[in-house]
Design a protein around this ligand. Sequence first.
Ligand code: KIV
Ligand code: ZN
Length: 556
Amino acid sequence: MSKDVESLREQHAREYIYVFDTTLRDGEQSPGATMSASEKLDVARALAKLGVDIIEAGFPAASPDDLKAVQRISRQVGNQAGLHDKPPVICALARASEGDIDKAWRAVEPAARPRLHTFLATSEIHMKHKLRMKPEEVLDRVKRSVSYARRYCSDVEFSPEDAGRSDPEFLYVVLAKAIEAGATILNIPDTVGYTTPEEFGALIEGIFVNVPGIEDVLVSVHCHDDLGLATANTLAGIRAGARQVEVTVNGVGERAGNTCLEEIVMALSTRRDSFNLYTGIDSTQITRTSKLVANYTGFVVPPNKSIVGANAFAHEAGIHQDGVLKRQDTYEIMRPEMVGLTSSRLVLGKHSGRHAFRVRLEQIGYSLTDDELNKAFRRFKALAEKKKGVTDADLEALVADEIYQPENIYALEGLQVTCGTMGMPTATVRLLGPQEGLHVQAAVGTGPVDAVYKAIDEIVGTKVQLQEFFVHAVTEGIDAQGEVTVRVKSLTPADASGGSSSTEAYRTFGGYGADTDIVVASAKAYLSAINKLLVSRTQSASCRTAARRLLQREAS
Ligand code: KIV
Ligand code: ZN
């Protein structure tokens, strides 16, 4: 290799930021963000298409289902070239114990490029009160767990949990020990979102100066947003030399969440003049991935959220509109197309054929199987009968409502409501159930949606509490589709958390539905969440017991 090529490659490596997505692990861990195994697979596929370098697919020791879900992603996404010419790295999290590492390895072994990620807390408060370990014991455990993981895998990441509040001098010693034991990536988490950008940047700089062997490993940053500083801290970490960022789509995650993938990616690309760094992300996939994650988790993106909020590119003030019309960059620092927002409005109509439908879906990022396409096309035809022009936003809602749904235990066959000021809101609901066939139930409620939900509850027999209900018009116009996102919390003790968060007493499930009739969309969203709940119940009792025991052990 010529010297020129070599130095070009070196420079390239220095300028490249690896995007490590933890939506399926840290994101899914937050109460209410539970996703089913098939939803996780869909998200992993979307992440591969988005071009993330590493997918942290889960925490296999949390439950046998988590292990299986990671295994499935390893097999199916971890062996297929994603956006780049190779498959993404598939990573699994493990506490610093041999048992956890064994399970994590079983989960990622089928991937072409597996990674093990192990962690142990290093702050005084965590060591003393949570781990009840002395610093020397922590050091020894780090050494043993990293070298144990290295026996399985050549790609091992170590995270000193709560690094942001750890004594830097102790942190340097721990990190040096991890390198000595074979860690290839050192990830520095601000676990509780406590640091300021200056402090976090200085922490990373200190690590580069004081940790022997640091030049041989990749330094990563992982920030939480408790003070709303996660993006600023991550960027400060990058400026100090970190070359991997741990992020989630829409910033989902424990408490206030993690650093948002979309913010970091767009900050680096929009301000390339300032950072001189780049990622391998195809930013035009951002909006689509954001919607998928919002629909699956039931965590609706606020309208004013940067990059992915509904108003992020809307100009309301006359002076702004005037400016943008004269020249787009007067008020727009990014073009909406860059994040996958298409400006095309009227796309298809009732005379559009299957081919045009498929092509348009592909253009906006959806490649469906033949079966899925048939299903979606039937829905499109029905929609085009009711609505004048079917836009890209309509197509996205249609695909989310028709294709990206949990297994149907109960399906909506029909509903009828009477409501208004002259009587009691009443709903009659017809559901197609699992074995017993058709169920019809009527109920009275405070409004049409309440009446529908009561009728569904009667049929299904589940005890749930509606925690969030969000309705939104997909497009402008009186014939617009409404999309409804709900989150329901199970009130049945049998559904107590089998997930990875010990703070989650009863599980919460998100649901999504779209229709030109918002009462129908509301029924679909509620049923989608209930179906998820029912699917999760079909996991064997032993799986849940094992998971619960593990969580109890963790908590005690
Ligand atoms: O926030 C945190 O410390 C984590 C680690 C497991 C990396 O999520
Ligand atoms: Zn975290």
